[in-house]
Design a protein. Structure first.
Length: 154
C-alpha cells in the first residue's frame, strides 16, 4: 500500500506544489509490484503450502483474497510494460491508458487491506482514505479538464 500511495502521490505533488519526482515513479511502482509479489508468495507458500485446490477454494470463498488477487493481476501487466522498450512498442498513448489501471489496482489493494483485518484499526482506514483522496484528486482534475469552456460574448 505504501509504495502504491507514493506512486499515486507523485503527480499531485507536481501539479499542486511544483515538486517533480516523475523520474522515480516507475521505480516506486515496480517496488509496489515486487512487494505485492512477495506478499502473494508468502500466502501461496507459507499459508497454503502451494496447495492449488486450497488456494482456489480460498480465492472463491474469501472476498478479501479475491480482491487482492484482482489487484495483483492488474499489477502484473503494468510491471511487465514498465520498461523503455515496451513504452516504445506500445506507443505512448496505449501505454498511458494501460497504466491508468494502477488506479483500479490501488483501490482494490485498499479494499483488500480493509477487509483482511478482523477489527477496524486505524492503519487500513488511513491508507484507504489516502488512496480515496488521491483518486478523487485525479477524477476532479479529469472532470475539470473536460468541462466545456464558455465562449466569450462579443
Amino acid at each position: 500500500m505504501r509504495f502504491l500511495i507514493v506512486t499515486l502521490t507523485i503527480t499531485p505533488l507536481r501539479d499542486l506544489f511544483g515538486i517533480n519526482f516523475l523520474r522515480y515513479r516507475r521505480a516506486v511502482g515496480l517496488l509496489a509490484f515486487f512487494y505485492a509479489l512477495m506478499h502473494l508468495t508468502t500466502y501461496l507458500v507459507l499459508d497454503q503450502g502451494l496447495d492449488v485446490a486450497a488456494i482456489w477454494a480460498d480465492i472463491v470463498k474469501r472476498l478479501y483474497i479475491t480482491i487482492g488477487m484482482i489487484s495483483f493481476a492488474i499489477l502484473v501487466p503494468l510491471a511487465l510494460t514498465s520498461n523503455n522498450a515496451m513504452i516504445r512498442r506500445l506507443g505512448g498513448g496505449a501505454w498511458a491508458r494501460l497504466h491508468r489501471w494502477v488506479y483500479v489496482a490501488a483501490a482494490a489493494a485498499a479494499i483488500h487491506f480493509l477487509l483482511v483485518v478482523k477489527s477496524w484499526p486505524m492503519e487500513p482506514v488511513v491508507y484507504a482514505s489516502i488512496v480515496g483522496l488521491l483518486l478523487a484528486y485525479r477524477a476532479f482534475k479529469r472532470l475539470r479538464g473536460r468541462r466545456p469552456r464558455r465562449l466569450a460574448s462579443t
